[in-house]
Design a protein around this ligand. Structure first.
Ligand SMILES: O=C(O)CCC(=O)C(=O)O
Length: 292
């Protein structure tokens, strides 16, 4: 029996593939624990600082994630897309934050980074070998001046649309500029992922932003250009106004295990029009569990 199997209380008969990572949907247990509990046990059992930080705090700094030339190439793509919304994306009037979403479908540079970037080994450590990508976007905060309109309020990414299994969803936020409290870096709330999916409310009638009321300011994810932070889809995060004189550019990518699904539609995430397989494969006999 493998050491991890012992930790998780499974027998080799029950894990025919010997893959007892809890993201394996074939995984069965004699413990009666839920998949989330199994995953938490697994995370506790792995004495790796990446796991520890991600599991305990809900986020982990990944360090530099670009190969030579990739930062420049990604900045060039951000500049190319910034004036040109694709598909139906229309910026709000006077918006100070520009979102260019699902760029993988339009740019081989962006796609290559999202599907083969250096950050993916860390993602694999966190969610297992079978990885799908379902969302990617440039987020560019223009200088806010005194307008006070550039805030992205506290939210969980899964608050926009839930995905199961929730704790294994990973967002990787990559800085294309040095980012800090002055130019509107992302802030994360340590431990917030442990409270499950929280109730989100619409911020105001003229905004699509959702928000969760939060006490406390969290931790600023200060990054150098080319560095990244990873956080769970349940980790509360936000960004404040850009009070510098230059644009603050970032690239956001959301990954899930390949068998993940949307409970709302009972469809697999990989079946989405903008989803991509990144590593490994979906299980041939994966199923979306019945409701209730
Ligand atoms: O880049 C930012 O300022 C925040 C983006 C974000 O939190 C999101 O898209 O969910």
């Amino acid at each position: 029996m493998l050491a991890t199997q012992m930790l998780l209380g499974v027998t080799s008969k029950e894990t025919k593939t010997d893959n007892c990572h809890p993201t394996n949907f074939q995984f069965r247990t004699t413990t009666g624990l839920s998949r989330t509990e199994l995953y938490m046990n697994y995370m506790h059992s792995v004495a790796d600082s990446l796991h520890h930080s991600f599991f305990q705090d809900g986020y982990a700094f990944l360090g530099p994630v670009f190969r030579e030339g990739e930062l420049t190439a990604m900045r060039d793509e951000e500049a190319r897309f910034r004036p040109v919304p694709r598909r139906k994306l229309v910026d709000e009037p006077n918006a100070l934050t520009i979102f260019r979403s699902q760029v993988c479908g339009w740019s081989s540079t962006v796609r290559n980074f999202a599907l083969t970037g250096l950050h993916l080994d860390a993602v694999e450590k966190l969610i297992g070998p079978d990885i799908a990508l379902y969302f990617n976007q440039f987020v560019t905060k223009l200088p806010d001046g005194d307008a006070g309109r550039g805030e992205f309020p506290w939210h969980q990414d899964l608050g926009y649309r839930a995905i199961e299994p929730m704790l294994q969803t990973v967002t990787v936020w990559v800085a294309l500029d040095d980012v800090d409290e002055v130019n509107g870096c992302v802030w994360v709330m340590p431990g917030s992922h442990k409270h499950g999916l929280l109730s989100h409310r619409t911020r105001s009638a003229d905004s699509w932003h959702l928000e969760v009321p939060v006490n406390g300011s969290g931790i600023p994810a200060k990054l150098r250009a080319g560095e990244a932070i990873a956080f769970t889809g349940l980790t509360l995060h936000r960004s404040l106004h850009n009070r510098s004189l230059a644009a603050r550019r970032g690239f956001f990518i959301a990954y899930v295990p390949a068998d993940s699904y949307y409970p709302s539609s009972r469809t697999f995430v990989v079946d989405g029009a903008d989803s991509w397989m990144v590593r490994g494969a979906q299980s041939l006999n994966a199923t979306v569990p019945e409701v209730g």
